[in-house]
Design a protein around this ligand. Structure first.
Ligand code: NAP
Length: 214
């Protein structure tokens, strides 16, 4: 089935993942706040098979909405559009880029816990945040290659997890499904961030046991 990935933000991560997903057979929709002629040029050059659309159209058509925007600007998005949608959050808080974010003062959860509060009806998944954008191009391998680089997929929504795990697999990485309460461990100060890990090592560091074969 032809799946649709909607990417909000046509920057480094958004265009890299957009190209990987369209190469893997996903239909890719993109939107950005930058002037339309600038975004059109970027998308045409970087993700030629993607379609540039408005945010409401992207949300309406996408199976997964991927928020590839700076965390510090992410509160400006209209989250009311995202009711019932599978929302993939790859955002990291980088003080040098994002500045001081008042909502994080005294916050002990993950940034995705905070994003989830903006609309509790979203089907939130945290993933694709713990590798650099270059890694997605450099380390992608097809599923028949043993010991692929693992990518953790944190969610408590089994259907959303399965769909996002399929995307991760399709773009060349070994998805490791973990409960949403592991989200914080995927962040920049956590044990898996930026590391090359296979699936067993990822599971061990995140304290999960592999599913038993049926
Ligand atoms: N780069 C990486 O290696 C990497 C890896 C993992 C995770 N991440 C995370 O992924 C996110 C994006 O990172 P990036 O490196 O791709 O940043 P980037 O290159 O700066 O791209 C972000 C894009 O989002 C656009 N944007 C900002 N607010 C928007 C909004 N409300 N709606 C639509 N588009 C919006 C920006 O447009 P303007 O430029 O016009 O503002 C820009 O084109 C960040 O949260 C980052 O922490 C990045």
């Amino acid at each position: 089935m032809n799946r649709v990935l909607g990417i909000v933000g046509a920057g480094k991560l958004g265009t890299t993942l957009g190209l990987a997903a369209s190469d893997a057979g996903w239909q890719v929709l993109m939107c950005d706040v930058a002037p339309i002629d600038v975004v059109a040029m970027i998308v045409e050059a970087m993700v030629p098979q993607a379609q540039l659309v408005s945010l409401p159209e992207l949300v309406a058509r996408a199976d997964i909405v991927l928020l590839a925007i700076p965390f510090g600007l992410s509160d400006q998005l209209d989250y009311s559009l995202l009711d019932g949608k599978v929302v993939l959050d790859p955002m990291n808080y980088w003080p040098a880029v994002d500045g001081d974010v008042a909502a994080l003062h005294g916050w002990t959860g993950s940034t995705t816990d905070l994003v989830a509060l903006r609309n509790p009806r979203m089907r939130i998944v945290k993933t694709l945040n713990h590798l650099g954008y270059n890694d997605y191009a450099a380390d992608a391998r097809s599923g028949d290659v043993p010991d692929r680089r693992a990518v953790a997929v944190a969610t408590d929504d089994p259907g959303a997890g399965e769909l996002v795990a399929q995307l991760v697999d399709d773009i060349g990485f070994e998805p490791v499904l973990v409960p949403f309460d592991r989200s914080k461990l995927l962040e920049p100060d956590g044990p898996v961030f930026g590391r090359w890990l296979d699936a067993p090592s990822m599971r061990q560091l995140l304290g999960v046991t592999p599913a038993r074969p049926a």
